[in-house]
Design a protein around this ligand. Structure first.
Ligand code: TXA
Ligand code: MG
Length: 328
């Protein structure tokens, strides 16, 4: 189903080249893209998304030449360069964002004044072609700040009421945002820090590094500098409540009181067993629930929700939730 905001590839190239923004597909979620090297375009991204300027953007690239335009992989530090190059070769194109020292020329608007820049090569044929045509693209997820990320072109059209051009590349294959990792050197030893968990899991990163003989530990940490990891994020239009049991009646009184609801009209968001499938459908399901006529979404977290991909799913649900009734 086409919408009036959908544009062709050629039109997307034209809009981007003239400093405009276009929502583009990736394997994770749709991004709200503008030329990373054009300040006017970057300002537009923040304005359209109503994103505070202190939350840095990810730059999307299609080649190593693009990486060099925005990040610095200098020869002073051969260990760091070989580690970064290994991760790029192993996981790109794919849902892994690397936080690298920024190229001095890259505008601080993109990085919110940080000395580092997040870079990734998305695994979507259309968007890779687009980046090849116009150059590196800065792109946050194509939703209003703090809201649920879009995983179809229709989600984007709805979110911005057809006011933002969208390149339709079908539903996103993975459905959760990329894993964001940074690097720290402690006494000459490199550590990889997972700031935002994703489908390239901690285990996969550790395994790949160990197998390639990199003496690098992978650890999980909330980012001290990236406010994108704020407590509330990914929020659906109606409040989400996390619980343990599937009999929702149990929670009726406490949910109505805590959320000041006048009526009990919950939507049961059940999570299946298959973690990659749950990840792929999570944001669509949250949007559907919001439009179902219910006034709350109640999500029982199943016992099987354990392990690395579930960590990524639960981190989103926890930030999206208004109320968490699970025993702490
Ligand atoms: O899968 C994705 O990563 C999607 C698609 C469109 O590529 N993009 C995305 O962007 O999720 P966004 O802006 O919604 O989330 C980017 C996250 C934010 O939490 C931001 O704070 C963090 O990456 N980030 C960006 N640059 C950073 C930096 N220099 N240091 C630390 N964190 C950074
Ligand atoms: Mg986002």
């Amino acid at each position: 189903m086409a919408r009036k905001s959908f544009v062709t590839f050629e039109k997307a190239v034209q809009i981007l080249n003239s400093g405009g923004v276009v929502a583009v597909p990736t394997e994770t979620v749709y991004g709200l893209a503008g030329l990373a090297l054009n300040d006017e375009a970057v300002r537009k991204i923040f304005a359209v998304k109503k994103r505070p300027f202190f939350d840095p953007l990810i730059v999307h690239v299609a080649s190593m030449e693009h990486v060099q335009k925005v990040a610095r992989l200098d020869d002073e530090n051969p260990h760091f360069s070989s580690l970064v190059t290994f991760l790029m070769k192993t996981f790109w194109p794919g849902p892994l964002t690397l936080i690298l020292p920024k190229q001095p020329d890259l505008s601080e608007l993109v990085t919110s004044g940080l000395p580092t820049v997040g870079v990734r090569m998305p695994r979507h044929e259309l968007t890779l072609r687009l980046i090849e045509a116009v150059g590196p693209l800065a792109a946050p997820s194509a939703n209003l700040f703090g809201k649920t990320s879009p995983t179809t072109a229709l989600h984007v059209a709805d979110e911005f009421q057809d006011q933002v051009p969208v390149l339709d590349g079908g539903p996103c294959e993975m459905g959760l945002e990329s894993t964001v990792v940074g690097f720290e050197n402690v006494k000459g030893r490199w550590t990889l820090i997972v700031y935002r968990p994703g489908l390239i899991t901690h285990e996969r990163l550790q395994k790949a590094l160990s197998e390639a003989d990199f003496a690098v530990d992978v650890i999980r940490k909330e980012s001290p500098v990236a406010p994108g990891h704020l407590r509330h994020h990914y929020m659906p239009r109606i409040p989400l409540v996390l619980v343990t049991h599937t009999e929702l009646e149990k929670y009726r009184d406490v949910v109505m009181k805590e959320l000041s609801l006048k009526e009990w009209r919950p939507f049961l968001l059940a999570l299946e067993n298959d973690a990659p499938l749950v990840a792929r459908k999570l944001y669509s399901n949250l949007r559907q629930a919001s439009e179902s006529g219910a006034n709350s979404i109640i999500c029982p977290i199943p016992e099987h929700a354990q392990g690395d991909i579930w960590e990524a799913i639960l981190s989103r649900l926890e930030k999206a939730a208004s109320l968490d009734l699970r025993p702490q």
